[in-house]
Design a protein around this ligand. Structure first.
Ligand SMILES: [Zn+2]
Length: 218
């Protein structure tokens, strides 16, 4: 089963996203992971850059289908090439300690569409793990969905259904879509809340993404 995590098996979070400290931004712009050496793609995307930086060491940048940029840093070696289309399960590099690093780890960072330093989102949320130092196992974070719209399951709404910005009816913003609207299920069963199972979906006609109650499909 695929995950959104760049490692497989047992791993540790050794430094949380947004921890305050001696970084140029004043806080940690990614998350630090220690585990098996092989680094996987985390999304069905395309390699846009491979480089070396005195802070980031050897790094790979992958553009994800949602327009964000996944950065994999401090690598000992790179096993992909610029322009290559990858999947979550593609081996793209090997964990290392290049650049400004005190020990072997992966700095995994997700930048928003600007792809600028410190314009980031929470990589723990993307991976589905807590943003908390500790030990984890990727087998607990499998996903059944696929963010590549070419291979996603196309569904049709059986009734008028709200698209919500959070997987809950409580305090989330809602936009109503009518029965027979088609959508792709990006990740099924991402949450159980308010008596429903929620899916992360992508509305086909306008590309909007959010959460819907999965009982409302045909
Ligand atoms: Zn880091």
């Amino acid at each position: 089963m695929a995950t959104n995590i760049p490692l497989t098996g047992e791993f540790r979070v050794t430094c949380e996203y947004k921890r305050k400290g001696n970084w140029a931004a004043g806080w940690h712009t990614g998350i630090d992971l220690v585990g098996s050496d092989t680094i996987y793609g985390t999304c069905d995307g395309q390699v846009t850059k491979i480089g070396y930086d005195k802070s980031y060491g050897n790094y790979i940048v992958v553009k994800a289908p949602d327009g964000k940029f996944h950065w994999f840093c401090h690598l000992s070696s790179v096993t992909c090439s610029v322009g290559q289309k990858i999947e979550r399960t593609t081996k793209i590099g090997v964990m290392g300690s290049t650049g400004n690093s005190t020990g072997k780890h992966l700095h995994f960072e997700i930048r928003n569409s600007s792809n600028k330093y410190a314009d980031t989102c929470n990589p723990a949320d993307y991976m589905g793990i807590p943003n908390k130092v500790g030990g984890y196992n990727t087998s607990n974070y499998s996903i059944s969905g696929n963010s590549n719209t070419n291979t996603q399951v196309l569904k049709t709404l059986a009734r008028n259904t709200n698209l919500r910005d959070k997987p809950t009816t409580q305090g989330s913003n809602a936009t109503l879509y009518l029965a027979n609207t088609t959508l792709y299920v990006l990740e099924s069963g991402v949450a159980k809340a308010d008596g429903y199972t929620w899916d992360k979906v992508h509305i086909r006609v306008n590309g909007k993404e959010g959460y819907m109650i999965n009982q409302n499909y045909k």
